[in-house]
Design a protein around this ligand. Structure first.
Ligand code: NDP
Length: 259
């Protein structure tokens, strides 16, 4: 399918690895001019051919810095992908052990990063009838006992997508959300990340835990989602082929979420 993103400009946050890196690759492959923003610039990101920017999006000033750089380098913004996020601050703490600072950091990373970036980018998006895609999570649909602060901050992000779609759709800016289930990234594969911590909490090694994870979370495909599958959906949503998709929340989870 020709998505015709040639001459479109795009910003992707959290672009150094994992899903964000795959999104950069997909948008570049479709002909977009991309600025990949992340905290730690990686060789893989440089190799995509995208312009790169090191920025901390947990801070109040990060978003403005990012949008200023995008305006300077790209001249304006057609596609904004708010992918940055994670649960690394606090994997597995119970509610009573989650302090205000942790709640704040989770919301800064998963929610306010998007709020601030969208706010800064809106003048350009409105001028160019641009589009926003927020990468949330299925735990935003069904926050549970594990990674509570992460799930609740993702629920806020998913709700933000709906609210902004209604407000800015009539002005030509489409806002959509993608909610992946477990994707094969460092999130699950790193011993120090949430996957490693969940494995340890269950008294098993990561090598024992990972092969059983898809079935344990009810994925009928029997395997984790690949980052390029999420990236393909982002590229589609960014294109005019998805021009009737406004305020959608696209679930990509191998059938894990049953509701
Ligand atoms: P990774 O942890 O693999 O990558 C995250 C990227 O974001 C890294 O490049 C990281 O840089 C960067 N980053 C982290 N914090 C900041 C910050 N404060 N400012 C700027 N950049 C930052 O994440 P995933 O690819 O696994 O996840 C991407 C998105 O998808 C997240 O929003 C996540 O919540 C969501 N998601 C992931 C799922 C999964 O199973 N992997 C499932 C559902 C949703 P650095 O190397 O410096 O940390």
């Amino acid at each position: 399918m020709d998505l015709n993103l040639t001459n479109k400009t795009a910003v992707v946050t959290g672009a150094g690895r994992g899903i964000g890196l795959a999104i950069v690759r997909a948008l570049v492959a479709e002909g977009a001019r991309v600025l990949g923003a992340t905290r730690t610039i990686t060789d893989e990101l440089r190799a995509t051919g995208a312009t790169v920017l090191a920025v901390d999006l947990e801070t109040e000033t990060g978003a403005a810095q990012l949008v200023n750089a995008a305006t300077e380098v790209l001249g304006g913004l057609d596609i904004l992908v708010n992918n940055v996020g994670g649960a690394n601050h606090n994997a597995l703490a119970g509610f009573l052990d989650i302090e205000d600072e942790t709640w704040q950091r989770s919301f800064d990373l998963n929610f306010y990063s998007a709020v601030r970036t969208i706010r800064a980018a809106l003048p350009s998006l409105l001028e160019r009838s641009g589009t926003v895609i927020n990468v949330s999570s299925i735990v935003g649909r069904a926050p549970g006992a594990a990674v509570t602060d992460y799930g609740v901050s993702k629920a806020a992000l998913t709700a933000l997508g709906k609210a902004l779609a209604e407000q800015f759709g009539p002005q030509g800016v489409r806002v959509n959300t993608i909610s992946p289930g477990p994707v094969r990234t460092a999130f699950w594969e790193s011993p120090t990340g949430p996957g490693g911590k969940i494995a340890a909490a269950n008294g098993v090694s990561l090598a024992e835990f990972l092969p059983n994870l898809p079935t344990a979370v009810g994925m009928t495909t029997g395997r984790l989602v690949e980052a390029d599958e999420v990236a393909a959906a982002v590229a589609f949503l960014a294109s005019d082929r998805a021009r009737s998709m406004v305020g959608a929340d696209l679930i990509i989870d191998g059938g894990a979420l049953k509701t």
